[in-house]
Write a protein of this length. Structure first.
Length: 503
C-alpha cells in the first residue's frame, strides 16, 4: 500500500503542467540526440547542466532523466537504418537490425525496437518503485565506514568494468579523485592544489569537467571522422510487425528486461553491458544460432529491452545510495548537488516528491516515447542525414555560454577548453573518461566519510573491517578486482614461460 500511495503522490507531481512539459522536452531531446550520430546523452546533459541550476530540482531531474532514457530509444533508429548507433548501448542492435533493413524489413525492426523498449521501460520502472525504497531503508543503517566502503567499491567497479586497460581505468579514477580535492580544505581551511589561482579556491566546477570531457572532446573526435554510410530510410513502408515477429520477440523482450534491470542496479555497469549480455543469451538459447547477424528479430528485441531497462534501474543506486552507476548518472548526481540536494537514502524521506515524481514521470515518458518513435519514424530517419559539421558549432557555442553563465567567469571557459584538450588526448590514449568523472563526483564524499569514520574510531582503520556491512563491500571489491587481474597475470606468465622455453 505504501508503494501505491507514494506512486499517487508521484503522479500528482508528474502530471503538473510544468513537469509534463519538461518530461516531453526531455524525451524529445533524448530521441533527437539518440538519432543523431556523434551526439549522445553525455554531451547533451553536460551542456544543459548550467541551465538546470535555475530550474526546480524535480523538473530538472525529470528532464535530464527523459534525455537519458529517450536516447536509448533514439539510438536504435540509426543503429537499424545506418548501422551507426546513435548511443553506445545500441551497438548490438545494429548487428541484426541493419541486416533487417537491408532485407526491406526496416519497419518491423523499428517497431519491435520501440515496443520492446516500452515494455522494458515500464517493467523496470516498477522495479525502481518497489525495490528502490527497500534499498533506501536498508541504507539508513549505514554509517561513515559503510558509505566509504560502498563508494570505494563503486569506484573500483567503474574501473574494473570499464572498456579498455585496467591500469588506465584505475589511473582515470585516481585523476578524478585528485581533481575532486582541488580547492579549500573544509576542515583546516587551507588551499589545496590551487597553485595560487584564486578562481580555484572553490574547486574545479563540475560543469567545467563534464562539458570539457564529454562535449568538447567528443566534438573534436567526431569532426575528424568522415565515414560515408548507406541509409535505408526509403524502405520504411510498413511498421506493423507480423504475428511471427511478435511471437519470436516477446520472450527475448522479457529476458532482456530482466537482465537489464539486474545489471542497471549495479554500480559501474553500463547499459552496453546489459544489451550485449542479452544478445549473447538469446544466441545461446536459439535453436539456430546461425540466424543471428543475418536479421534475427530476437537480436533486436533483447538488447533494446535490456538497454532501456538498465537505463531506468540506474536510478536505484544513484538516488538511494548516492552512488552513480554510470557517467550519465554522475552528471545527474552533480545536478542534484548543485541544487543543494544530497542524494542518498534520506532523499525519499526528506524529498519524497523528488523520488516519486521522477518514478511516475518515467511511466509518462515511456508512453510519450512510444508515441514519438512510431509515427515520426520518417522524420527521425531524415535527421540521420544531417551533416555533423552543421551541428558542432552550435554545440560549442552552448558549451561556452553555459560554462560562462554559471559563475560569470571566463576562467571556467578556459578550464573547460583545457579539459576538452585533456579529454581528446585521453581518447587517443584509449583512456575512457567515465571512471574519471565518477572519481571526481565521489571523491569529496569518499574523503568526508573516511575522515568521519576515522574520527569516530580514534584513528583506527579497523573500523572498516570490524563492521559487517563495510567488510562485505570490501571483500566484494577485492574478489572482483582479483577476478579481473589474475587472468591477465596468468597470461603474461604463460607468455614469459613460453618465451623462456623457446630460447
Amino acid at each position: 500500500m505504501d508503494v501505491i500511495s507514494n506512486l499517487s503522490l508521484g503522479f500528482g507531481v508528474a502530471f503538473t503542467l510544468q513537469n509534463l512539459a519538461y518530461c516531453f522536452l526531455g524525451v524529445l531531446l533524448g530521441t533527437l540526440i539518440g538519432v543523431l550520430p556523434g551526439v549522445g546523452p553525455l554531451v547533451t546533459i553536460a551542456m544543459l547542466l548550467p541551465i538546470t541550476f535555475g530550474l526546480d530540482p524535480v523538473s530538472s531531474l525529470i528532464m535530464l532523466a527523459g534525455i537519458f532514457y529517450g536516447a536509448q530509444y533514439g539510438g536504435s533508429t540509426t543503429a537499424i537504418l545506418v548501422n551507426m548507433p546513435g548511443e553506445a548501448s545500441s551497438a548490438v542492435t545494429a548487428i541484426d537490425g541493419y541486416q533487417m533493413a537491408r532485407q526491406g524489413r526496416a519497419g518491423p525492426a523499428l517497431a519491435i525496437a520501440a515496443v520492446s523498449s516500452f515494455v522494458a521501460g515500464t517493467i523496470s520502472t516498477l522495479v525502481v518503485a518497489f525495490f528502490g525504497p527497500l534499498i533506501g531503508t536498508w541504507a539508513l543503517e549505514f554509517g561513515a565506514a559503510e558509505y566509504f566502503s560502498l563508494m570505494f567499491m563503486g569506484l573500483v567497479f567503474s574501473a574494473v568494468l570499464a572498456h579498455g586497460d585496467l591500469v588506465k581505468s584505475l589511473a582515470m579514477v585516481a585523476a578524478g579523485l585528485m581533481l575532486g580535492i582541488v580547492g579549500t580544505d573544509v576542515t583546516s581551511g587551507l588551499p589545496r592544489f590551487s597553485f595560487g589561482v584564486s578562481e580555484l579556491l572553490d574547486g574545479v566546477g563540475f560543469t567545467v569537467i563534464a562539458v570539457g570531457l564529454f562535449a568538447v572532446a567528443e566534438i573534436v573526435q567526431n569532426v575528424s571522422r568522415t565515414e560515408k554510410v548507406e541509409i535505408f530510410s526509403k524502405d520504411i513502408k510498413n511498421l506493423m510487425p507480423t504475428w511471427a515477429d511478435m511471437k519470436a520477440a516477446w520472450k527475448p523482450t522479457l529476458r532482456g528486461t530482466a537482465l537489464g534491470s539486474f545489471f542497471g542496479a549495479l554500480p559501474g555497469i553500463t547499459a552496453s553491458v546489459a544489451s550485449f549480455s542479452a544478445y549473447m543469451l538469446e544466441k545461446k538459447l536459439a535453436k539456430d544460432p546461425s540466424r543471428f547477424g543475418k536479421g534475427a528479430i530476437e537480436g533486436v528485441a533483447a538488447p533494446e529491452a535490456a538497454n532501456n531497462a538498465a537505463a531506468q534501474t540506474h536510478f536505484i543506486p544513484t538516488l538511494t545510495l548516492g552512488i552513480p552507476a554510470t557517467a550519465v548518472m554522475a552528471l545527474m548526481l552533480g545536478a542534484l548537488t548543485m541544487q543543494g540536494i544530497q542524494p542518498g537514502p534520506e532523499v525519499m524521506n526528506s524529498r519524497p516528491e523528488l523520488f516519486w515524481g521522477l518514478v511516475a514521470s518515467m511511466f509518462v515518458g515511456n508512453a510519450l516515447l512510444l508515441v514519438l518513435n512510431l509515427p515520426l519514424v520518417g522524420l527521425w530517419a531524415r535527421l540521420t542525414q544531417v551533416p555533423y559539421r552543421w551541428l558542432f558549432p552550435a554545440i560549442m557555442m552552448f558549451a561556452a555560454l553555459g560554462n560562462y553563465s554559471l559563475n560569470n567567469s571566463a576562467m571556467d571557459v578556459y578550464l573547460c577548453a583545457a579539459t576538452g584538450i585533456l579529454g581528446y588526448v585521453m581518447a587517443k590514449l584509449e583512456c575512457h573518461p567515465a571512471p574519471l568523472i565518477l572519481g571526481f563526483v565521489l571523491g569529496p564524499m569518499l574523503e568526508e566519510n573516511l575522515r568521519r569514520a576515522l574520527l569516530m574510531s580514534d584513528g583506527s582503520f579497523a573500523v572498516f573491517v570490524t563492521r559487517p556491512i563495510s567488510l562485505t563491500f570490501l571483500l566484494v571489491t577485492c574478489v572482483l578486482f582479483l577476478a579481473m587481474v589474475l587472468p591477465s597475470v596468468r597470461r603474461r606468465r604463460d607468455l614469459a614461460t613460453a618465451g623462456d622455453g623457446s630460447d
